[in-house]
Design a protein around this ligand. Structure first.
Ligand code: MN
Length: 479
């Protein structure tokens, strides 16, 4: 069939498991109006949509897949006609060959034809996964759009929301009770991120609504693994130290990177993992109002496990054992979540309680003092404050926990922020602040510390790193 010349010219028979298109089955099977959608994990994930027509499969590559709702139009690029034998093809096209990558039969069935012209095709698909009325229309050359025209039979399909703010936990000194009414998870010492997956594409948004996708290229494959399932997940981005323990310090060099090339290099050197612990939207439905344990069951049904993403466990009851296990394995602490509780976006809720071994506090950097010896004249310690009823309140000086590289980085960030006088009102302890260089209170960091002193200072603070995901007015004093 001459219609298949392009198809054959792009492929090496014998090097790809795809059908050659030489068999003359076309006439016998003509007019059956079959269709197939193949999920194709090529260099860029896409879905190949093929309609049987005049003895061949007329084909489009749809980068984000067929839309499930009536509000979303999706791009479709017409590709070469494929042989009918391609209707049941799935398998691995070897790397280096045309379309190299895995092909999965995503859906197949028959269709009713409503209209077929050079620029517009209207069909009603009857498949296992797709059942609905679609129109494809040409916008220019091989560029088309595909649009769903009817509402799904089981109710409207809601597109992935733009923003769901993460639910926040209250801090507790001890585990809440009664034990059998709570679920427990390990607390991961990383940075919070909500993951949005639509058409196999991942978008990561930080706690302060910043799109941080570019900083973590190794997580992109999680979107591809979810394939056509639109989902919003809540979780933590975590880096690991040499002992393979979550390390907020190790994550520091990844958090601020906005250059794609640099992020790629760092993803080789210090890779991160996304630890998913909640699901907020799935397959066109919000899941926020489901009870905690049902959301967890739904999350586990996704079997999210890859080189750079996991679904860590949760435990029903047995909180003290989980807390002990966290301490033994060097984890930061435990998150207790009330069974039956809904997900409350953007709210700090008593339904989630964090109990930490390591006491940490966020603080605003208000100045620095020079170091000793080798660091004479250079930044040696930071002066910290927290928001208070009338502005800022000084809480102490931190001079440990820094590497030289971190000190240099902080010096660079603080240089343009210098101001003449302290941003902290009132009297300051002269022994701590002598020789200080004051800065605008803009940068937020985090320290570990022993306890609060009676005069409201941090005892034994140790620097953990900057918190670019927090703004100064978000800093809260934890008891
Ligand atoms: Mn393809």
């Amino acid at each position: 069939m001459p219609e298949l010349d392009t198809y054959r010219s792009k492929r090496h028979a014998g090097r790809t498991p795809e059908p050659t298109g030489s068999r003359r089955r076309a006439r016998r099977e003509a007019g059956e109006n079959r269709f197939v959608v193949q999920e194709h994990h090529a260099r860029a994930l896409h879905w190949d949509f093929r309609l049987e027509h005049d003895g061949v499969l007329v084909s489009w590559a749809v980068p984000k897949g067929l839309p499930m709702d009536r509000r979303t139009n999706r791009l479709a690029k017409q590709t070469e006609d494929h042989p009918l034998e391609y209707l049941d093809f799935e398998g691995d096209i070897p790397a280096g060959e045309y379309g190299g990558g895995k092909v999965i039969l995503w859906d197949t069935g028959r269709y009713d034809l409503e209209k077929w012209s050079d620029d517009e095709v209207k069909v009603v698909l009857h498949g296992q996964r797709v059942d609905g009325r679609y129109v494809l229309f040409r916008t220019k050359d091989d560029q088309w759009m595909v649009h769903r025209m009817d509402e799904p039979a089981d109710g409207p399909f809601e597109p992935v929301p733009d923003l769901v703010r993460p639910m926040l936990a209250t801090a507790g000194d001890t585990l809440p009770g009664p034990d059998d009414q709570w679920g427990y998870e390990f607390k991961w010492d990383g940075v919070r991120a909500v993951a949005y997956v639509d058409g196999g594409r991942l978008r990561l948004v930080s706690r302060n609504d910043r799109d941080v996708t570019v900083s973590y290229p190794e997580l992109r494959a999680m979107g591809e693994a979810l394939g056509s399932r639109p989902a919003v997940l809540d979780g933590e981005i975590v880096a690991f130290d040499d002992a393979n323990r979550p390390s907020f310090g190790a994550l520091q060099e990844r958090m601020h990177v906005v250059d794609a090339g640099r992020a790629r290099r760092l993803s080789q050197k210090t890779p991160v993992a996304y630890l998913a612990f909640d699901v907020l939207h799935l397959d066109g439905r919000p899941t926020l109002s489901l009870p905690y344990q049902e959301r967890r069951a739904l999350l586990e049904s996704l079997s999210l496990a890859g080189d750079h993403w996991q679904t860590p466990p949760w435990f029903r009851g047995g909180g003290s054992g989980v807390l002990e296990a966290a301490a033994r394995t060097g984890l930061e602490g435990v998150m207790a979540k009330r069974l039956g509780s809904t997900y409350q976006p953007g709210r700090r809720s008593g339904d989630w309680v964090k109990v930490k071994h390591l006491r940490t506090q966020e603080a605003v950097v208000v100045g620095w003092t020079p170091g000793q010896g080798r660091r004479q004249g250079h930044l040696g310690a930071l002066l910290l404050a927290v928001p208070d009823t009338d502005g800022l309140r000084y809480v102490g000086k931190v001079g440990t926990g820094f590497s030289d590289a971190v000190l240099e980085d902080l010096a660079t960030r603080l240089a343009p922020l210098v101001r003449a006088d302290p941003a902290v009102p009132g009297s300051l302890p002269q022994t701590q602040v002598s020789g200080a260089t004051w800065v605008e209170p803009v940068l937020v960091g985090e320290v570990a510390f022993g306890e609060w002193t009676r005069d409201g200072r941090l005892r034994h603070p140790r620097w953990r790193g900057l918190r670019p995901d927090k703004t100064p007015d978000e800093v809260a004093v934890e008891g």
